[in-house]
Design a protein around this ligand. Structure first.
Ligand code: KIV
Length: 266
């Protein structure tokens, strides 16, 4: 019998709650998805790609078509991890658009869609899950609110903490199987993780949650425009690439490349 590796399913992720931390990382193309696949439980095609990959100032003008393109590319690179597609800003303003666009991402190869929001979008989550589309929520700091809120504001301070707990409970009740919590006071994120059955995956939300997600271009040091406090760098990618390309350029200019070993002979 051939050695067929089983894909990670939504139930594998929910089963990890209180047992094993969940590892999630973004990817935007097949090349990097393939590199991350052995180590991550979940690969997220995050709308953060609009900033790090497309050099836009925020995530808001990412189109459904662009997201579909990246989902297809990442799907082609994956054998194992669960693939989550972010629903771009404006693609789930009402039930019809949410259903139509979520179906596009599933057809493009996503296993799950992710929506930003709390109590207000609970009816959308209920409708998507009723149609057989698994949903991951996203609460706390929601980057799609950046222009409305006038910046990226840390969540969970003061009375806001109770609203966040209500948001998490509402989306869980609506059918979300898991949620990302971003940019939130650690103690509040921990309380949310304890208050719900679904796994809570943190980014800038401390250690006492059920898993962690990082944006690949932050953690590998390729995105240099700004560096969030939580984004630990595991590699200085941009510096390494610069050095390598500089070496190549110098060798071309000095006619050192290609040397004989890189030439075809008769
Ligand atoms: O778009 C993204 O990469 C995300 C992560 C910050 C979780 O939503």
């Amino acid at each position: 019998m051939p050695n067929v590796q089983r894909n990670i399913a939504v139930s594998d992720i929910t089963d990890k709650k209180n047992k094993q931390p969940i590892v999630m990382i973004t990817a935007y193309d097949a090349l990097f998805a393939r590199l991350f696949d052995d180590y991550a439980d979940i690969i997220l095609v995050g709308d953060s790609l609009n900033m790090s990959f497309n050099a836009q100032k925020d995530t808001l003008n990412l189109s459904v078509e662009a997201m579909k393109y990246h989902v297809k590319a990442v799907r082609a690179g994956l054998k194992r991890a669960l693939l989550v597609a972010d629903m771009p800003f404006g693609s789930y303003f009402n039930e019809n658009s949410a259903l139509k666009n979520a179906a596009k991402f599933i057809k493009a190869g996503a296993d799950v869609v992710k929506l930003e929001g709390g109590e207000r979008i609970a009816p959308l989550i209920a409708r998507l899950t009723a149609e057989g589309i698994a949903v991951m929520g996203h609460v706390g700091l929601r980057p799609q609110q950046v222009r409305f809120e006038g910046g990226y504001k840390i969540k969970g301070r003061g009375e806001d903490a109770e609203n966040l707990i209500q948001d998490a409970l509402a989306i869980e009740q609506a059918g979300a199987f898991s949620a990302v919590i971003e940019g939130t006071i650690s103690s509040v994120a921990a309380k949310i993780a304890r208050s719900v059955q679904m796994p809570i995956i943190g980014i800038g939300a401390g250690a006492e949650v059920d898993g962690q997600v990082l944006v690949w271009s932050d953690m590998l040091g390729f995105f240099e425009e700004f560096r969030p406090k939580f984004a630990k760098r595991y590699l200085e990618g941009a510096n390494l690439v610069r050095k390598a390309v500089q070496a190549y350029a110098n060798e071309v200019k000095m006619r050192k490349f290609p040397s004989a070993e890189f030439e075809y002979e008769e």
